[in-house]
Structure formats: structure tokens, C-alpha cells
Write a protein that binds this ligand. Structure first.
Ligand code: ADP
Length: 485
């Protein structure tokens, strides 16, 4: 890996401001999903070392929370600035371990850094309230205080931004953090820690523990009473495991889990816009995002025209090595992911789906799957219920608004949804009826630090970003003054 700033490539855990190897020097291997080549041996730290990181975070919180919001803000802004200055190297690390094209990797670094900048500002606006007292001598006020030490667990699909989105509001609020990145993509997290160090984030405030034993880390986070809050992004399955385990200490939770996003195209939509929105919402990160369009519903009167134009655009997408500038679609994360996508596509084809383009694992390398379009979808197919997490676009015909809304809402997930149309009355009606935390109207791109990202139903709890985002990391304390005569 050719980096301008080689100090960003780290392989040890970052605990209490120091780079620490595993007690027994145990490591796990991180690979490049493009060709499965070895990138680094990363420290596989023990439970005792994670417990030590949590104790250090508790100790560091005393002085971190006592700083003024402006002081915390200045340090966070420095961290943000360093991320922007090092964007080329951060993107190179990200693409190498995750596979997404460099332009998308840079987009992710900018996106993650924008959360740091946003919450550096929001730190100064953690306002409380004064409430008119309920008796003549009473005065009531409400303070917001940091919740405590936060444990975060993040996935491999956005190795940078999923961390930034949690850490920025936590640090802004005055919390300290212990971060457990995905064992598949820990290098981006370690690079962020190095920049945090350079930015002057005090020792113990931000810790990154690298481990190949996610269950052990989950157990430590949920049983160690110092951890007051867990912020998790990943599968609904693991989210539920963490929720169960968190019952022990009633640890607070933010959960950003799976999705099954509908993407609806009504008959009065601008077809070209809808096609480009669907491409963006479907194929970003090779279809490996929790807000990817999973089911594309198109009105029967424009179905064939949409399929034709959409397929033409899909066939233009250039698949390959994310490090090459012309690449638009990278590999899937690993062979397991390729197998899962293959199973989902074969299941649909066996149940009567029609293959328009693609449909098999590609020729470019082991972890590739062809960009795929399929039609003639029915409700019995796995892809109607499960997250595809790959470059496969199922297109479903519909007739009435009620019919499509019913299909769109028939899922236990409730994260992102999208629709294209111009009838004002319908736009309101559909936006209100979609049972999702987020709705994109005439756009396939909805993520931004200024808006609250999050889901309902089994897609999670809590919101990331926006003026609401710091609330997940703060508690309300009500103070009552009496005897004021
Ligand atoms: P994905 O399918 O996207 O990898 P996971 O939910 O399996 O989603 O993984 C997301 C994060 O959760 C990763 O950091 C992973 O290591 C971690 N993880 C996986 N299993 C557990 C578990 N039992 N307890 C705690 N964390 C877990």
C-alpha cells in the first residue's frame, strides 16, 4: 500500500494513547477483498486488555467531560481537519481493506469527517431547559449530561463513517469511547485513532480495541458496568443478541440494523431521474449498504420502459479493482457474501424470475458478482424478505398505490425507503404511509450529517446525525430548587 503518510498504517490496538500488541502477540489477518491478498496482521487483544481499555476510558472521562464544550469542539475540529488533509491515504486504506472504488472511499471519508465537524459545532448547543415551577417557591431546570463510557461495535461496509458517526456525538457530549471495529476492516479505524492522537484527543478518551472474537467483546461491553451505552451498527441478528445481553446492566443502546428498502416508481415519475436514482440507491458500495434499494417497484404502465433504460445503465457500470480510477463497482467483501447473493438469485430464478442481465459470480475474481437485473418477482422469493447485500436489482410490477404500499411495508425492517413521482397529493400520502425511519422522494441519496439517520421496527433504535444526534449520548437530569422565598 503506497501511502504519503505511512504513520496511518497501524496494526496494534490503541489503548490509553498507546499502541498495544496482544498479550500473547496473537494476531489476525486482514485481506484485500479484490484479490484476497494479505494486508496486515492485526493484534487480537484479550478480554483483560479490553477491560483495561474500558477502565482507561472511565478514568479519562473525568477530565474530558469537565472541559468546556468549546475546548472539546476545538480538538474535534482539529481531528476533522486532519481527516480532510489525509483523505488520499485514508481512502487508499479503506479501498484496500474494503474493496469499494476510490471515489466512493473518498466520499465516505468526507462524509465521516462531516459528522466530526457537525458535532464539533453541536457540542456548544447541548442546551438544557428551564421549566416554570409547579409551586411558588420552586424553580426547575433540566441539564444534559454525558451518558458515560460508550462501547461501539461497527461493521465492514463503511469502516470509517460508521465509526465517525458514533464517536463524534459521543465525544462532543463529553463521553469517552472504546471502539470495536469489524475484524474484516480494522485498518481504517486504527488510522482514525492515529489522527485522533495527532489532533490532541487526550489519552484514554478514544480507544480502539481490535479483536477477532466479536462475541467476547460483546460480552465484555454488556457485562462491564463501566460501559453505560453501546452503539452498534450491523445485522438485526447481532443487534438482538446485544439487546438481550444488555438487560443485565440495563445498558443503553443505539442500534442501526438491517434494512429492506423499497424503491417505488410511480407512473408520473421522471423516468431518467428515477433510473439514475435507482442506480445510486442500488449499486453504491456494490449493493452492500443497509439503505440500498432492495426491492424496486415500478408501475405497470412504465415497467418495460424502466427495465430497458435501467438495464442499459447497469450494463455500463465498470466492475473491477477499486484502486483503479475507472472502477465503479468493486468486489463483494468475501466469498461468503458471494455465496449468499448467488443463493438469493438462484432461489428467485427457480421460483420463476426472469433474468435480464448478469446473474452469476463474475470473471474478475473470486469475490465478484455480476451486476444483475431480474424481473417477474413474486412474494415467495427470498429477495423480497432478505437484505440482498449485493449488486442485484429485482424489479416488481405494481398497479395501484394501495397495492404497492402494502408490499413496501410487508417487511419487519423499517430503515430507508424511496419513491419517485410528482403528484403532490400522492407524495404526501405515500411519505406518511411508508413505515420507515427515512424516506427519499425523487432522490436515491439521503445520507447527510444534518439529518437524523435511523430506523423503526427491527431496523433499530436511536438516530445518528442532526440536532437530535447528541441526545443518544446524553442523559436528562432534572433539578428542583425549593424554598426560594
Ligand atoms: P455483518 O453481517 O454486516 O458483518 P454483523 O452484525 O455480523 O454484520 O457484524 C457487525 C459487527 O458486529 C462487527 O464488528 C462484528 O464483529 C460484530 N459482531 C458479530 N457478532 C457479534 C456478537 N455476537 N456480539 C458482538 N458483536 C458481534
Amino acid at each position: 500500500m503506497q501511502l504519503k503518510n505511512t504513520s496511518l498504517l497501524k496494526s496494534k490496538s490503541y489503548i490509553n494513547g498507546q499502541w498495544i500488541a496482544a498479550e500473547d502477540n496473537k494476531t489476525f489477518s486482514v485481506k484485500n477483498p479484490f484479490n484476497n491478498s494479505h494486508l496486515a496482521n492485526v493484534s487480537d487483544v484479550s478480554q483483560a486488555q479490553i477491560s483495561y481499555a474500558i477502565a482507561c476510558a472511565e478514568n479519562a472521562m473525568k477530565t474530558w467531560k469537565a472541559k468546556s464544550a468549546t475546548e472539546r469542539s476545538i480538538i474535534l475540529k482539529k481531528w476533522h481537519q486532519l481527516q480532510i488533509e489525509n483523505i488520499d491515504d485514508l481512502a487508499m486504506i479503506l479501498t484496500s481493506e474494503q474493496g469499494k472504488p476510490l471515489t466512493e472511499a473518498k466520499g465516505e471519508i468526507n462524509y465521516g469527517a462531516a459528522y466530526v465537524e457537525w458535532f464539533a459545532e453541536e457540542a456548544k448547543r447541548a442546551y438544557g431547559d428551564i421549566i416554570p415551577g409547579h409551586q411558588q417557591d420552586k424553580r426547575i431546570l433540566v441539564l444534559k449530561q454525558p451518558v458515560g463510557v460508550v462501547g461501539t461495535i461497527t461493521p465492514w461496509n463503511f469502516p470509517n463513517a460508521m465509526i465517525a458517526r458514533k464517536i463524534a456525538p459521543a465525544l462532543a457530549a463529553g463521553c469517552t469511547v472504546v471502539i470495536k471495529p469489524s475484524e474484516i476492516t480494522p485498518l481504517s479505524a486504527l488510522a482514525l485513532a492515529e489522527l485522533a492522537h495527532q489532533a490532541g484527543i487526550p489519552r484514554g478518551v478514544l480507544n480502539v480495541v481490535t479483536s477477532n472474537n466479536a462475541e467476547m467483546v460483546g460480552d465484555e461491553f454488556t457485562t462491564n458496568s463501566i460501559i453505560k451505552k453501546i452503539s452498534f451498527t450491523g445485522s438485526t441478528k447481532v443487534g438482538k443478541i446485544l439487546m438481550k445481553k444488555s438487560a443485565k446492566n440495563l445498558t443503553k443502546l443505539s442500534l442501526e440494523l438491517g434494512g429492506n428498502a423499497p424503491f417505488i416508481v410511480f407512473e408520473d415519475a421522471d423516468l431518467d431521474d428515477a433510473v439514475s436514482g435507482a442506480i445510486a440507491a442500488k449499486f453504491r458500495n456494490t449493493g452492500q449498504t443497509c439503505i440500498c434499494a432492495n426491492r424496486i417497484f415500478v408501475h405497470e404502465t412504465i415497467h418495460d420502459a424502466f427495465v430497458k433504460r435501467f438495464t442499459t445503465e447497469v450494463q455500463k457500470l465498470k466492475t473491477g479493482n477499486g484502486l483503479l480510477p475507472e472502477t465503479q463497482i468493486g468486489p463483494l467483501i468475501n466469498v461468503k457474501a458471494v455465496k449468499k447473493v448467488t443463493t438469493i438469485v438462484n432461489d428467485a430464478l427457480q421460483k420463476g424470475a426472469k433474468l435480464i442481465t448478469g446473474g452469476k459470480s463474475g470473471n474478475d475474481g473470486k469475490n465478484f458478482f455480476d451486476t444483475t437485473v431480474i424481473t417477474n418477482i413474486n412474494a415467495s422469493m427470498k429477495l423480497m424478505k432478505e437484505e440482498i447485500f449485493g449488486p442485484v436489482a429485482p424489479i416488481i410490477k405494481f398497479n395501484t398505490d394501495d397495492e404497492v404500499l402494502k408490499m413496501a411495508n410487508t417487511t419487519e425492517y423499517g430503515l430507508a425507503s424511496y419513491f419517485y413521482g410528482n403528484n403532490l397529493k400522492r407524495v404526501w400520502k405515500v411519505a406518511e404511509a411508508l413505515e420507515y425511519g427515512m424516506v427519499g422522494i425523487n432522490t436515491g441519496m439521503i445520507s447527510t450529517p444534518v439529518a437524523p439517520f435511523g430506523g423503526i421496527k427491527e431496523s433499530g433504535i436511536g438516530r445518528e446525525g442532526s440536532k437530535y444526534g447528541m441526545d443518544d449520548y446524553m442523559i436528562l437530569k432534572y433539578i428542583c430548587f425549593g424554598d426560594i422565598q
